[in-house]
Design a protein around this ligand. Sequence first.
Ligand code: FAD
Length: 373
Amino acid sequence: KKHVIIGAGILGASTAYHLARLGADVTIIDREEPGQATQAAAGIICPWISQRRNKAWYSLVKAGAAYYPSLIRKLEADGESNTGYAKVGAISLHADSKKLDDLINRAEKRKVDAPEMGEITRLSAEEVQALFPPIAEGVEGVHVSGAARVDGGALKDALVRAAVGHGAKYVFGDAVLQKHENQAIVQVDDVDYDSDHLIVTAGAWADELLAPLGINFEVKAQKAQILHLDMESKATEDWPVIMPQGDQYLLAFPNGRVVAGATHEDEVGFDPRVTAAGVSELLTKALHNAPGLADATVQTVKVGFRPFTPNFLPVIGRVPNLPSVLVANGLGASGLTMGPYVGAELAKLAMDEESSIDLSHYDLSNAIKKEIV
Ligand code: FAD
């Protein structure tokens, strides 16, 4: 079978890699959208202490976080040393120490069937500052040692390179679909790409791609702006992820890079601009949480579009009446966590193997608008 994948974000790149490893004939097409979610993402892998209670969501992020170490080993065995992944741990901060006790209780319960969380440790304000020097004074935290950070762009590139190493073809271009006698035809620049099986992992842009197949696909783009700072001379590579109170976070990468994110902007469409209000929000919250960042150099502000479905859950499944088309989407704000795992499972589904995901929770019909008759 010839498999064609449209979309080389984290989801499509992982699917291509796993399919190519299984020996399949794979072509992956991507038009390299500047707003690709994967390249803009922060890269926090720490699902266990989230307050979100949805079980279908949690089972994917939990499996996703657990899958990372073995994926990284596979990529390293394929010669990919720059995967952007490091298990640096995460610290959740709160001014109210009772809230930190609650968090420890919740975390200990979840650890029972998620040993990959590692050690859960209460930290004094001084201990927090020793691990992440720019942080505000006097704020205690809880440290989770199994948490990680990943550079989404670096991991995606490693997956695509390794897929190509296993025989996959990468095509740069804008894919267009047509329906012809109950088959989906893929074209790039008017050239047909022969396929027996199509996998659509086109993120926030999937609706326009699927429309010619007669599918009214409901995916919404949520815009995110995210700030990259440079602390030049600081040895930042081991700094943990910081999850303060509220919706903002901080994390660090090698060579002095500190990332502060992110905005959540609905209803602005695919507006690629870095805005005054966006930068103001990011800087205000970052400096409130970590006054020690005041002298950092502003390096860049990235913009990405998170793909959301109407019920905020991923969808995974075959298109009604077009069983040769497999669609996965809606990874939302946690796609770097679950994407590599979901991609590995998509590869199994594409090969007609059984998946360990209970697909009934992620039915594609949840993101297909019903015709009003
Ligand atoms: P994308 O990465 O958007 O990829 C879709 C691809 O499809 C694009 O490359 C595009 O070029 C291609 N495409 C679309 N249409 C076509 C076409 N017609 N022809 C060819 N190519 C096409 N998740 C976490 O787990 N932890 C985090 O800390 C985190 N932080 C985030 C911070 C920000 C600022 C953002 C934006 C997201 C964050 N996420 C995080 C979420 C995560 O990034 C996304 O859920 C995930 O990257 C989605 O991956 P995807 O492959 O589905 O989509």
